[in-house]
Design a protein around this ligand. Structure first.
Ligand SMILES: *Cc1c(COP(=O)(O)O)cnc(C)c1O
Length: 341
């Protein structure tokens, strides 16, 4: 951890000092006294929300950090562990772009280690890329944009052999058959797990990212974050949404992913459909730009990942509703027929 962070005294909010009690007269925070539903500052520690997430995830509240999207804990990991110009991080590639962007903003070098050709982890390569100043290692499982999960034994080896913090991004874990590493959090001193409410929980617009780690790391993140990083409206809406049952939606996405993968694999125009544990599939085709443009021309927007090293020729297609998926498949089927004739 950076020495300036270790010695930091956090901002003490008005609501830190007030520890609760009977309904009070709040003259402590220079707020407006006129009640419109959000005239008061939010709970800086998001206690109610953490309690609910603790129940859902079966993790103690003290091991949970709530951020403004996953972007916030990614940025905080750099700010807490990597001194600008000195500390460095190792990350898998191809993967989520934010690990590199956040490093750049923090003046931190990222050493990218390509996945193997089958998108599995190059464990030796990742370890070889580390030196005495490597503080963080970014892994993503299931990985974006490749869709696959990594073998637990490989992640365990990295946790055991890397002398720094492993940030394991599990944004897509709800779509996977594997429970991921959260049930095993207490086994590892150097593990930070990221999850999010943006995907399976359907709250991308609310910006709610989660980090899980040992208690002292969560305490440091809490000290470094903006005091009121999650606004009161978001806290309230998310709490309501978390009482809903998302399982039927997740199950439908998984069923559709299997159907879409099987259908796409039948088209000659698609060279490969990569196996996916997420809510998207990566496909390789001879003319990704042509397919992308043709889909766009018909109002279907997918992600062109063909410029990404290791993803040459590839488009990433998110699983939508059954109707949306049928539309996408219909368009690709037409392109396929045209190519044949
Ligand atoms: C979508 C995604 C996230 C979620 O980001 P938020 O900021 O929480 O919306 C995190 N990691 C990966 C790899 C993703 O693809």
């Amino acid at each position: 951890m950076r020495s300036c962070i270790r010695g930091l005294a956090p901002y003490s909010t008005a609501r830190d000092e007030y520890k609760g009690g009977p309904l009070g007269v709040f003259l402590d925070a220079n707020e407006s006294p006129y009640d419109n539903g959000y005239n008061r500052y939010p709970d800086p520690y998001q206690r109610a929300l953490k309690q609910r997430i603790s129940e859902i995830k079966d993790v103690p509240a003290a091991n949970i950090f709530i951020g403004n999207g996953s972007d916030e804990p990614i940025d905080l990991a750099y700010r807490v562990f990597c001194a600008p110009g000195r500390g460095n991080a190792v990350a898998i590639a191809p993967s989520y772009g934010m690990y590199k962007v956040a490093a750049g903003m923090n003046g931190v070098e990222v050493r990218e280690v390509q996945l193997n050709r089958d998108f599995s982890l190059d464990v030796d390569g990742l370890l070889a890329a580390c030196d005495g100043n490597t503080k963080l290692m970014f892994l993503c499982s299931p990985n974006n944009p490749t869709g696959n999960s990594f073998q637990a034994a490989n992640i365990e080896r990295l946790l055991a052999e890397f002398r720094g913090m492993v940030v394991l991004d599990e944004a897509y874990i709800d779509f996977s058959e594997s429970p991921g590493f959260l049930p095993r959090l207490a086994e590892f001193d150097n593990l930070i797990i990221l999850q999010t409410l943006s995907k399976a929980w359907g709250m991308a617009g609310l910006r709610l990212g989660l980090a899980f780690a040992r208690e002292d790391i969560i305490a440091i993140f809490t000290k470094v974050k903006y005091p009121y990083n999650i606004n009161s409206v978001t806290q309230k809406i998310v709490l309501d949404e978390l009482s809903k049952d998302i399982r039927p939606f997740v199950d439908e996405i998984i069923r559709e992913r299997k159907m879409v993968s099987a259908e796409l694999a039948k088209f000659g125009i698609i060279e490969k459909v990569f196996p996916s544990d997420a809510n998207f599939v990566l496909v390789r085709t001879a003319d990704p730009k042509g397919m992308y443009d043709e889909l766009i021309a018909n109002g279907v927007i997918v992600r062109d990942r063909s410029k990404l090293k290791g993803c040459e020729g590839c488009l990433r297609i998110t699983i939508g509703t059954p109707e949306e998926n049928r539309k996408m498949l219909g368009l690709i089927s037409q392109m396929n027929d045209k190519l044949k004739s």
